[in-house]
Structures are given as structure tokens and as C-alpha cells.
Design a protein around this ligand. Structure first.
Ligand code: XMP
Length: 522
């Protein structure tokens, strides 16, 4: 499954559908160890041996091991002589599979809890002392009621007498709590102990090594062929392009398509970074007429996305001919886009999050894909950008979707609406920067609603558009919460937008989290 070099140590994480499995991967990688998340039902002995992990983590999940057809780890996991760490559901299935007992809890524990450490272990070494009372984060209904042979208790909590267990002879560990969340203050150190003390990983997976390995891989994959890379102006495609350019120089041509749906100043910034800062060949294609013409009269959000996707492909195709026949297309696809997630019922139905890149290329466009960041999380991409010497303000840019402002203008798109939205967006982001909040926020933007309302300005009646403001915090864009701006801040932005942007006379703030909302409005 991996394209990452075998010269580093690997940890395998088997997912049972928990919301926080990706955080486990983050903690493991922060300890300098490469890891991958696989659905529990996609792992077998042959695949695991090929991946050659030094240890396996069984992650959490929403099911109960007591229910019929509860998901379980492949038996080989316990027979390969590898260290195993079970987290929450992972602990329970390990206990059950090894002959212990799990019971439905009378007292469920959710949120902050405390454990008493009663024995020493390689996992707690230097982190938790015997006798300590430590904060952890629990989220469970069932709990372990009796241990399989060979296990002892390392720590217990009020609701979980077997909150932390170990079979040190076999290097099997199980915790009922979630060490990967920040509310378990020493959780990252516990993971580090697992990867380093228990599994014996060296912790030599760094961005510098990743950069070198990927450069070698790109050269091998591409040979002397030409590559085109669509730049969106976002961090992912920019880092992809810079890395590929380092590998194959001017065999790469970047294409920046001005769809007419970009924010104010966006095109200038991207062109300047690539042409002047990095000296990377760049086609700056002004396709605004094509895009805006193609979208005229279209108001259905899916139709907009489809049209935009196909127009991008047409433009790429034109450009690839112009560079003398490119054979590869580079994309900034990230790990969260390719992880196969386990369905909520824990059953075998596997969904792959449809990612937003130029996927689904038509057959006639026979371009191979170069996706050097398929194994990285967003913050790792940023670290790689730093490693590649990208300017910090570019690295910290909020994500901006490929369809651009089109999905921030619900309903039909017109030149007027785009202009109005651009002006409001600039003011909003300007105020966020001035307030020093930009880096605290995952993404902030204005949305122009297809609704007009009545207002009064001076002595005159107005009848103009409503602007919605959105700002969210998130770690990966998959879940998000609205940003709690002060009323004063919101008031200031609202006043500026209404005073300075002709066409808007009312401003609202979106306080929806994701789920149930999405980050974008379309
Ligand atoms: P949603 O709206 O699905 O967005 O909660 C999650 C993240 O993905 C971005 N996004 C897109 N990016 N093309 C893109 O390149 C798209 O069609 C697209 N739709 C959403 C969104 O901005 C957020 O960061």
C-alpha cells in the first residue's frame, strides 16, 4: 500500500471506525515513525508481512465487541511476534480474542477521567510513575472484566478496573482511554514509548528524509517525460509542484488556471511565487471567459462542480499539448483523501472519501498521476513546505477550494456577484489578520447568499444581498467547529462590509459545526 521507503521503521494501525484514528497516526509520526492506517478487514498476514511493521496498533471504533458480528482483528496480528497496542475498542477486541471477558458497562465513562498507576511498564516508563494519579480521556460503554492469561493491570480508573493492561512477555498492551487526544496530557509520550521502547523503532522518519526519498521516486517514475501540475494557489498543489521541480527541473510545467473565480490578488501571488521566487515554468492561463460562460445560468451545486471539473480538464489538455505532450499530471492529493474509512457499523462496507482534486480524468487523457504527498497529513505538507524553503505566509494560507468562489455563491453566478463577494472577502480576511487570528483559524471566508433583504442607509431604503461569514477551526477539514469570534469583532467586520461594499446590506455569521454542516456552503 505504501510508496514510502522500506528503510524506515513502520507501524501499522488497524482502524475499527473511530473518529480519532487519524490522531493516532499523527502521534506516531510525531515520534518520527512512519505509519499507515488500514481498515481492520483489509489486513491479512501476507499484506502485513510485506509492509513489515515493527508493531501494530488496534484503534478504537463505535461498535461493541459484545454485539453479533463485532469486528475483530485478524488472528495473525497476535501470532506474528509483534508488539500490539489496543486502544479502547482495540483493547476490548484484543482481550476477547485472547480469551478474556468484556462486559457492558454499568457506569459508562465519557470525557475526562483519572487513572491510578499501580505497576511499572515499558509503555509508562519515564512518563507515569507507580502511585501516580493521571488524567486521561475516556469514551467507552463496555469495559474489560477479566484478563486473558499473561496480562496484568498497569493502571485502573473508577469505571474501568482494567484501564491499562499489559502482557509484557508478549509485548501486548491495552488501554481503555485515548492517549492520542490532547486531553490525555502525556498521551504522545505513551505512544513514543510504544514506538521506541516497545517496538524498537529508531524514529528517523523526518521531512528531510521524506523529501529525498520522494525526489528519487519521482525521478524513477517520470524518467525523461514531461509533467504538468495544476496549481490552485493552495499549499498542497504548491508544495507538490516545488518538490517535483526539485526532482525533475524543467520537465515540469505548472499550470495556473485563472477561472475568474479567484479571490482578489490570488493570481498575482501565485504567479509571483512560481515565476519570480522559484523560477518554475508556469503557464498562466486566463480561462475566465470559458468558466464564467460555461457556468452562466447554472445554479445546481453539483452541476457547477461537474462543469468546473470538466472545464479544468479541457484547459489542462490544451496546455499539455502546448508543452509538447506531457505524460503525467501531478496532484496534491493528501493522506486523508485516500484513507479508506471503515463504515460506522464496523461492517465491511468501505467508503473512500471522494477527494476534490482533478480526479476522474477521462480515458482519452491518458496521463499518469504523480502524487508525492499521498502519505502526508496537512500539517506534514506544511512541514515539507518549510523544508523546501517556501515563504511562511504561503505555507500558512487557509485552504481554498478548486471551484473557488463558485461554491461560495449559492445559486447562479454572475460577474456582479463575484465582484461583490471578492470585496467582502478581502475586508473579512483583512480584519482577521489585523486581529492576529488568521493562524488560529483553519479557514475563513465570505459567502454571498442569493437572498436580498431590505435595509435603510442614510435616509434611503436599500434592497441588497446578504453576506454570510464563515470561520472554522479544524485539524484536517473532515470535522470542524465554528470559530468563536467576539461580538465586537463581528460587529466591526459587519460595519465595514456594509459601508464599503455596494450590494450588501446585511451580514450574518455561520455558527454551524461540521458535521452536520460542511465547511463550504455548496
Ligand atoms: P467541506 O465543504 O466538504 O470542505 O466541508 C472540506 C475542505 O475541503 C475544501 N473543499 C474543496 N476543495 N475542491 C477543493 O479543492 C472542492 O470541490 C472542495 N470542496 C470543499 C473546503 O474548502 C474545506 O477546506
Amino acid at each position: 500500500m505504501s510508496t514510502v521507503s522500506q528503510q524506515h521503521d513502520h507501524i501499522l494501525i488497524l482502524d475499527f471506525g473511530s473518529q480519532v484514528t487519524q490522531l493516532i497516526a499523527r502521534r506516531v509520526r510525531e515520534s518520527g515513525v512512519y505509519c499507515e492506517i488500514w481498515p481492520f478487514n483489509q489486513a491479512d498476514e501476507t499484506k502485513i508481512k510485506k509492509f513489515a511493521p515493527k508493531g501494530i496498533i488496534l484503534a478504537g471504533g463505535p461498535c461493541s465487541v459484545l454485539q453479533k458480528d463485532a469486528p475483530s482483528a485478524p488472528e495473525c496480528v497476535f501470532e506474528m511476534g509483534l508488539p500490539v497496542l489496543g486502544i479502547c475498542y482495540g483493547q476490548q477486541t484484543m482481550v476477547k480474542q485472547l480469551g478474556g471477558v468484556v462486559e457492558a458497562g454499568k457506569s459508562r465513562e465519557f470525557g475526562r477521567a483519572f487513572v491510578d498507576v499501580i505497576a511499572h511498564s515499558a509503555l509508562t516508563d519515564g512518563v507515569w510513575d507507580e502511585g501516580a494519579h493521571e488524567q486521561v480521556w475516556m469514551s467507552h460503554g463496555d469495559h474489560v472484566a477479566s484478563l486473558p492469561e499473561g496480562f496484568e493491570v498497569i493502571a485502573k480508573s473508577e469505571g474501568a478496573p482494567f484501564a491499562f493492561i499489559a502482557d509484557t512477555a508478549r509485548n501486548f498492551y491495552g488501554v481503555q482511554f485515548h492517549p492520542e487526544v490532547v486531553h490525555t496530557p502525556h498521551g504522545a509520550e505513551l505512544y513514543r514509548n510504544f514506538t521506541h521502547n516497545v517496538c524498537g523503532c529508531k524514529g528517523d522518519w523526518t521531512m528531510a528524509s521524506f523529501r529525498e526519498e520522494q525526489i528519487a521516486k519521482i525521478r524513477e517514475q517520470v524518467g525523461d517525460k514531461k509533467v504538468i501540475c495544476g496549481l490552485s494557489g493552495g499549499v498542497d498543489s504548491s508544495v507538490t509542484a516545488i518538490l517535483i521541480h526539485e526532482a525533475i527541473g524543467d520537465q515540469l510545467t505548472c499550470i495556473y488556471v485563472d477561472t475568474g473565480l479567484m479571490r482578489t490578488g490570488e493570481s498575482e501571488q501565485v504567479v509571483d511565487l512560481f515565476r519570480n521566487h522559484y523560477n518554475i515554468p508556469l503557464i498562466h492561463e486566463d480561462a475566465s471567459e470559458r468558466f464564467l460562460g460555461g457556468l452562466a445560468g447554472v445554479s445546481d451545486p453539483e452541476m457547477k462542480r461537474k462543469l468546473i471539473g470538466s472545464m479544468f480538464i479541457d484547459v489542462f489538455e490544451d496546455c499539455s499539448k502546448r508543452v509538447g505532450g506531457a505524460e503525467f499530471l501531478a496532484q496534491g492529493t493528501l493522506y486523508p483523501d485516500v484513507i479508506e474509512s471503515v463504515s460506522f457499523t464496523g461492517g465491511p462496507s468501505v467508503t473512500i472519501k471522494s477527494h476534490h482534486n482533478v480526479g476522474g480524468l477521462p480515458d482519452y487523457m491518458k496521463l499518469g498521476l504523480v502524487e508525492p504527498m499521498r502519505e502526508l497529513f496537512k500539517d506534514e505538507v506544511r512541514a515539507l513546505g518549510r523544508e523546501l524553503g517556501m515563504p511562511e505566509d504561503f505555507i500558512r494560507r487557509h485552504p481554498f477550494p478548486g471551484p473557488g468562489l463558485a461554491i461560495r455563491i449559492p445559486g447562479e453566478i454572475t460577474d456582479d456577484k463575484i465582484e461583490i463577494l471578492r470585496k467582502a472577502d478581502v475586508i473579512y480576511l483583512d480584519e482577521i489578520r489585523k486581529a492576529g487570528l488568521y493562524d488560529e483559524i483553519w479557514q475563513a471566508f465570505a459567502v454571498l447568499l442569493p437572498v436580498k433583504t431590505v435595509g435603510v442607509m442614510g435616509d434611503a431604503r436599500t434592497y441588497e444581498y446578504v453576506c454570510a461569514l464563515r470561520a472554522v477551526t479544524s485539524t484536517d477539514g473532515m470535522t470542524a467547529d465554528f470559530y468563536p469570534f467576539s461580538h465586537e469583532f463581528l460587529g466591526k467586520v459587519s460595519t465595514r462590509i456594509i459601508n464599503e461594499v455596494k450590494g450588501i446590506n446585511r451580514v450574518c455569521y455561520d455558527i454551524t459545526s461540521k458535521p452536520p454542516g460542511t465547511i463550504e456552503w455548496e
